[in-house]
Design a protein around this ligand. Structure first.
Ligand SMILES: [Zn+2]
Length: 631
């Protein structure tokens, strides 16, 4: 048996070494394999003692040679997990002695302290892992799961290598201590977020986005002198939006093969958005910057983490995800450097208020010296009104009454589902007629399916409704999927009033632009903006009041008049000015230094000035390529 790191020696002093047949890392997790059945089923808490001593996650698994054959195991699983739990797919990962069981009701299998699941373990000698089967079938989730299953042998090696990188520097003395942050993107702008952290032992990139509104400066500054792809240890992704993930597959195209840390919903949603980016480029007859193969590479290299679980990602960097409240699976990243050397909170995008779908962002942290905070709506006048829901309902009803259609361009993830939950709520309150069809175009339907797959990331009230299937707003009958160009044509040509929700959110491409072209000349119709419109986008132009717009396809330029009614509702996944101030105010502990990013210049500066005045903390608005020494 190979023992690469000191930590393994430490563990072997506590567990009975003679009963351990193999040891493997799965990134920061340590897996012990045993050929001893008695020890596997009842280890007399030696593993728990080891966990308490080394403070790492350790799992005991049966040696693959011990597992009952797959056919028998499958039968046993069906017998043990009763019909009510709704066993669907069973997938074996024989390299790691793990069996994934997709069930409709994981609750039943884990009831009574996991009595049933323990029985599976005892009788099959496999490690059972439950997966929730989404109530809406999602081809994407199936594809992602199959990429992971098919590459299980590669993943075992890759995860072990990632673990060796983490643990081989463990407990070593360092001569010099310092921490630096370089803005490769996202400084004084909304777009291409990419923040590079250097410590004596690590090179970590936080987010890697594109700027969807820009043609010339759309990508992060990878040419910055301190950044070298081949030296990068890890990438951490805060949430799925393309301004945080759109450039990630490009790094794989140029050879990055290290880990990508994110939450499970983020992995699924970002893959979908990246694939969509390729599709949009193709539709515009442009070359995409990467292909489907690279998106698959990203999936192969993801290491998903739960919220609030502390994880080592390099020898001297430890991260913890906290709920950000922004979109499904979105996380703030708490970064602990060295042994108490420095603590950073990277908020990425946050919503510090309960929304229809999510809980407000977390505010309690172990320690924070430096905070990196967004300022999308950081300007003095960026206030979201509270009466928005009722106004929105009135607007929808008026449009319906005159026989018009409502088009809502939304971002791929987050807003569209928030809109669905809001409309279903207004229908329940009888403010909007219950038969109004809501069309979700293409990808949005898939994203909704992902929402139903991870209810544990939703706020508690919505989660409760989803667990009782009959009250799941995402499964309402008036919500319809639009998949093809033919179906789109049908919807705009039919006279019936309806609500159409489609990407892209800023009208930079995708089906929302098609619908707009079809609907814009009829003044009975309506256009509802529900998300931030970046400078340079068609959405921003229309908000500014232009009377027509033109679309260029190849060499053809076509002009369209804007006659439909325009409405703006802030269903924002971002905190407004007041919420941002309150977030910093309620943050415990309060940071000593705040770097304000992810906002237009004036908003960044304005928010930074106010933070300084009100809380007497040092504030900085870094520009792109600025490098700051934090310690
Ligand atoms: Zn975002």
């Amino acid at each position: 048996m190979k023992m690469p790191a000191d930590i393994i020696k430490e563990i072997m002093k506590i567990v009975p070494e003679e009963k351990i047949s193999d040891v493997a890392f799965e990134a920061a997790n340590i897996v012990l394999y045993t050929k001893n059945k008695g020890y596997f089923l009842d280890d007399k808490e030696t593993v728990r003692k080891a966990v308490n001593t080394v403070k790492k996650r350790i799992e005991l698994r049966p040696d693959p040679s011990m597992c009952v054959d797959q056919e028998t195991t499958e039968k046993l699983i069906h017998t043990i997990l009763t019909a009510e739990s709704g066993v669907d797919q069973i997938v074996f990962d024989p390299e790691r002695s793990v069996v994934y069981i997709e069930v409709e009701n994981p609750g039943i299998a884990i009831a009574n302290r996991g009595a049933l699941i323990n029985k599976v373990k005892e009788e099959t000698l496999w490690m059972p892992v439950l997966k929730r089967k989404p109530p809406i079938k999602s081809q994407l989730i199936e594809n992602i799961r199959s990429v992971l299953y098919e590459n299980s042998e590669y993943r075992r090696k890759f995860l072990h290598k990632a673990g060796e990188r983490i643990y081989n520097g463990w407990q070593k003395e360092r001569k010099e201590e310092w921490v630096r942050i370089t803005y490769l993107g996202g400084g004084r702008q909304v777009g291409r977020s990419a923040i590079f952290l250097q410590t004596p032992e690590s090179r970590v990139l936080f987010d890697c986005g594109v700027d969807p509104a820009s043609d010339d400066h759309a990508y992060p500054y990878l040419e910055a002198p301190e950044f070298r792809l081949e030296e990068l240890d890890a990438i951490v992704i805060s949430h799925a939006h393309l301004d945080h993930t759109g450039f990630l597959p490009y790094l794989f195209k140029y050879g990055y093969r290290g880990p990508v840390y994110c939450t499970e919903p983020t992995r699924d949603i970002m893959s979908l958005l990246q694939l969509d980016l390729i599709k949009i480029a193709r539709d515009k007859e442009e070359d995409a910057i990467y292909s489907v193969d690279e998106v698959r590479e990203v999936v192969k290299h993801t290491v998903t983490l739960d919220l609030e679980s502390v994880t080592d990602i390099t020898p001297d960097v430890r991260i913890t995800f906290y709920n950000a409240g922004h979109i499904l699976g979105s996380a703030m990243v708490h970064i602990h450097v060295g042994n108490g050397l420095h603590n950073i909170l990277y908020t990425a995008d946050i919503k510090y208020a309960k929304t229809h779908m999510l809980a407000p962002s977390h505010t309690k942290f172990p320690r924070v010296e430096t905070m990196l905070i967004e300022s999308t709506y950081g300007g003095k006048d960026n206030v979201v009104s509270n009466s928005a829901d009722d106004e929105f309902a009135r607007f929808i009803i008026n449009t319906m009454k005159r026989g018009g259609k409502v088009l809502m361009p939304t971002l791929g993830s987050g807003r569209a589902q928030e809109v669905v939950v809001l409309i279903e709520k207004l229908i329940k309150q009888k403010k909007i007629p219950k038969d109004v069809p809501i069309y979700l175009d293409g990808m949005l339907w898939d994203i909704m399916a992902i929402h139903t797959a991870y209810p544990e990331f939703l706020n508690s009230s919505l989660r409760q409704r989803i667990f009782h299937k009959e009250d799941n707003p995402f499964l309402a009958e008036n919500i319809k999927r639009v998949g093809s160009a033919k179906e789109r044509k049908q919807i705009v040509e039919e006279g019936e009033p309806c609500i159409i929700i489609a990407t892209s959110g800023m009208l930079t491409g995708g089906p929302s632009v098609f619908y707009l072209q079809e609907l814009c000349a009829d003044k009975r119709n309506a256009l509802v903006f529900s998300c931030y419109q970046a400078e340079g986008t068609l959405g921003r132009q229309i908000q500014a009041g232009v009377s027509e717009f033109s679309i260029t396809t190849g060499r053809k330029v076509e002009a369209f008049p804007i006659k439909l009614e325009i409405f703006k509702i802030e269903i924002s996944g971002h905190s407004d000015r007041r919420e941002l101030m309150n977030f910093v105010k309620n943050c415990s502990p309060r940071p000593r230094k705040v770097l304000v990013n992810h906002g237009e210049i004036s908003r960044c500066l304005d928010f930074a000035r106010s933070l300084h005045q009100q809380f007497r903390i040092e504030t900085i608005c870094p520009r792109n390529l600025d490098c700051l020494r934090l310690r």
